[in-house]
Design a protein around this ligand. Structure first.
Ligand code: ITT
Length: 195
């Protein structure tokens, strides 16, 4: 029988990447909507790991026979002492378009030289199992904040996240390439070992 996994996210972009990354495994993957679950989860943890576990456990409490996965992720910019970090989706308002959020970050880094523009995407991935146990792992990808947005792929802060080894932003990469090096790809491949 296929293993049933419910992914505790309301972010459709994450859901798309997760399906792509786990496509080579024979899982039945359901979004919260597909599982008929609607719940507003208060993410009041102080770390990515705490928030990922809060989401996974909150949904596990509502289902019986499925593994629940949840991702808490964000962009940490060294020059801004790790901001927006765990507040990445709430930064400058949840409903503010990313074109605006990205421009605000570029403005904050105006005049900052390349060597001080270092940043990383972080993804904590939590699994909550029906027997009450859980696991959490962390994947990261290092990069620098570009000088202007570039690229149409991906989502969120991808247009300003430049990966020097590839000479482009994560928004300029085809999906398979981003998934093969991304924080989310790494975290999912790690958590897969526990499923
Ligand atoms: P759920 O809590 O429902 O999963 P969310 O979007 O609120 O959805 P998070 O709290 O984990 O999720 O916030 C993650 C934010 O970090 C996301 O909204 C983006 O702004 C940013 N982010 C995470 N991964 C990213 C990626 O691969 N590319 C660009 N931005 C990313």
């Amino acid at each position: 029988m296929k293993k049933k996994i419910i992914f505790a996210t309301k972010n459709q972009n994450k859901m798309k990447e997760i399906r792509e990354i786990l496509a080579d495994r024979d899982y039945e993957i359901l979004s919260m909507e597909e599982a008929g679950i609607s719940l507003d989860i208060v993410e009041d943890g102080t770390t990515f790991e705490e928030n990922a576990l809060i989401k996974a456990k909150a949904i596990r409490d509502l289902v019986k026979d499925a593994i629940v996965l949840a991702d808490d992720s964000g962009l940490a910019i060294d020059y801004l002492n790790g901001a927006p970090g765990i507040y990445s989706s709430r930064f400058e308002g949840e409903d503010t378009p990313y074109s605006v959020k990205n421009q605000i970050l570029l403005d904050k880094l105006s005049g900052v030289p390349e060597e001080k523009r270092t940043a990383r995407f972080v993804c904590a991935m939590a699994a909550a199992f029906p027997d009450g146990t859980d696991q959490v792992v962390r994947g990261t990808i290092e990069g620098i904040i570009g000088y202007e947005p570039a690229g149409e792929n991906g989502f969120g802060y991808d247009p300003i996240f430049y990966v020097p080894e590839f000479g482009c932003t994560t928004a300029q990469m085809p999906a398979e390439q981003k998934n093969s090096i991304s924080h989310r790809g790494k975290a999912l491949r790690m958590i897969r070992e526990y499923l």
